[in-house]
Design a protein around this ligand. Structure first.
Ligand code: ZN
Length: 321
């Protein structure tokens, strides 16, 4: 499996949409699409997504353009793309619009996507994550960083331009690159307990890439800072959009020089797990792993399977029932 195929297995990757970049600066096309009853809007309210719980899992709730009263002229809909059948737009809803939407959809609620996406179809989790990322950027860049003027949305929501004509600075969507790494040594992998985690939660190590660093440099620095482990071999595996709030997660495996390790302000405890020890720890609720939608879990699950442990997700889900 190549890197592209590996990344496409990760939740929140909106690969099933054609982003129709060439349409973003075509206001006639955008207006036509927004008056088409087949178009679907992805509503966001305070960064929360409209979701419904059904027997088959969590469902994304989309609106047709006519279902959204009083269009928001300050934050017009943002073009996401097409799936071959429909066009999709993200739309920020006001409190009044939110009340009306919930009245029309009594089974739905505005919910945190990260938690709800566990049993959500990949296509829709990807569309909602993409919408959420743009919504977050737009709401945190309402003013120009140079002159303080009001930013105006352009290119169907994918660009901002300062409204002060003397400045006219342009801003584009911001993503924070972060590395996430499963450190291994021989037949064991290293999991750490972040001081902020709920009880018994252990995970891979992660951190933001700093200016002036390659992704690999960031892996070396973060692992040493957090647990004082030296690495001998670093391999990139796959990446994942992670709009909680604005990251691109870059996943790696790294080989430790030996199993000596320490703790830090961030990581209060570390454990080396073989497949047998991890299986025992999961089955006996001694450890709680990160959500199966995360690249962290994917790195661990792939290592677990390759090391002869079988399906880690099935093992974890058997404990959650
Ligand atoms: Zn400005």
């Amino acid at each position: 499996m190549d890197h592209l195929a590996r990344s496409r297995r990760n939740q929140f990757t909106a690969v099933r949409l054609d982003r129709v970049v060439e349409r973003r600066d075509d206001p006639h096309w955008v207006a036509g699409s927004l008056s088409n009853p087949h178009t679907r809007l992805v509503p966001l309210w305070h960064s929360r997504s409209l979701l419904e719980t059904a027997d088959e899992g969590t469902l994304a709730v989309y609106l047709s353009p006519s279902q959204l009263a009083e269009p928001n002229l300050i934050q017009p809909p943002t073009l996401l793309g097409q799936d071959g059948v429909r066009d999709y737009f993200a739309v920020s809803v006001t409190d009044t619009q939110k009340d009306k939407i919930l009245e029309d959809h009594p089974e739905a609620s505005f919910t945190d996507l990260r938690r709800a996406s566990l049993d959500m179809a990949a296509k829709h989790a990807g569309i909602l994550a993409y919408a959420k990322a743009l919504h977050y950027w737009q709401h945190r860049h309402t003013f120009c960083g140079v002159c303080g003027g009001s930013n105006l949305l352009r290119s169907a929501g994918h660009r901002m331009k300062c409204g002060n004509e003397e400045c006219a600075r342009e801003t584009f969507p911001r993503i924070d690159p972060a590395i996430i790494v499963l450190v291994v040594h021989g037949d064991a992998c290293l999991l750490g307990r972040n001081t902020r985690y709920p009880p018994r939660v252990f995970s891979t190590l992660a951190g933001f890439v700093e200016p002036g660093e390659s992704l690999e440099d960031a892996v070396v620095r973060e692992v040493y800072e957090e647990v004082q482990v030296r690495l001998s071999d670093i391999r990139y595996v796959s990446s994942q959009p992670w709009p909680f709030p604005a990251s691109a997660m870059c996943g790696f495996y790294a080989e430790a020089v030996d199993r000596s390790c320490g703790t830090s302000e961030e990581i209060e405890e570390t454990r080396w797990y073989t497949v047998e020890k991890l299986t025992h720890a999961v089955l006996n609720d001694e450890v709680v792993l990160s959500s199966p939608v995360s690249i962290s879990f994917r790195l661990l699950a792939d290592w677990f399977r390759k090391s002869g442990g079988g399906d880690l997700e099935a093992l974890v889900r058997s404990r959650r029932r």
